[in-house]
Design a protein around this ligand. Sequence first.
Ligand SMILES: *Cc1c(COP(=O)(O)O)cnc(C)c1O
Length: 378
Amino acid sequence: MLPPEITLAGLPLRPGLAGQRPYGAPQFDVPVRLNVNENPYPPSAAIAQEMAEAVKRAAASVNRYPDREAVGLRSKLARYLGHGLLFDQVWAANGSNEVMVQILQAFGGPGRRLLTFTPTYSMYPEYARDTYTELVSVPRRADYSLDLPAAWEALELFQPSVVIIANPNNPTGSSAPLPVIERLVKAAPGIVVVDEAYQEFSRQSADTALKLLPKYGNLIVARTMSKAFAFAGGRVGYAAANQAIVEALRIVRLPYHLSAVTQAVAGVALDHAAEMLAQVDRLRQTRDETIARLRDLGCHVIDSDANFCLFGRFPDRHGVWQILLEQGVLVREVGPDGYLRVSTGSEQEMERFLWVLGRILGRDPAQAGRPDRSEGNR
Ligand SMILES: *Cc1c(COP(=O)(O)O)cnc(C)c1O
């Protein structure tokens, strides 16, 4: 035990960490959790059972280190992605967060820059901090689309070693069309990471940057099993890129970073990819209905290609967040001033969310639950 007088502030933390706090989306045990973009639908009992059996087999040899290269898992991920990819063009780690830190460990570092387009994912600044990479950002336009002239200028001025663009973007849900992404990849002097954590939810889900991989050796497409794949608890993210980039990531990864249990359970999920992804269409539909109904309630909502949406604007967003929480609904206080972000849950969860929000906004709750009466609501 540490002597009680030692506090965090008293520790010899390196300068960049003084005063910083750990990533902290609240994990409250409330009935309706809509704050971290999880898939609300758990695996079927049959798949859960198969996962348990895979864990049992892994446990029988848990005295041994796992396959350091996770070849079986990477082969399954390559097959899932398609586009002619092979296992040596795919990399996997404990969530795409770990993959992206590894990318910056390999391609960022002291004296180098990471370019992002704000507002965007709150973890990107942390990757930069943790890898001693300087963070530079280009603000998006008022509609959260990419400001291309500003992007060209920043590429020229900052010469970033790494560019990360979340597409669809978090927390806005907006996305850039593939030709815009291609222009960025073409113009960048270094590595471009297209973070497609929400690609499966996109209205143009076939327009993935995976299509650009054969043409561009500086492109990395990052994906995760946490969202559409309903595997957030399993912690598997992955990336597709040129084989040489994968070799670079192997240099910086810690040995045996993916546990035998993780590899086994993820393998089962991938064997049942169609079933694990089965709720994506339903979630897309629920998202679109939620957006329409939020607009009926008088909210401004940003069109979304992800499994969440940003809605507002509230003079006191924290107040709205707080009342929702008191009513058992947890959303995320994130993004531009006055906005809140809500993940797409089950239909019942969204009913509850919209009902409580309708009451907060002072509308008739029965009306708030009915999109087809929207005109009468205004
Ligand atoms: C959720 C999310 C991820 C994925 O996180 P994991 O570490 O794979 O769970 C990556 N990028 C963005 C923009 C996200 O919102």
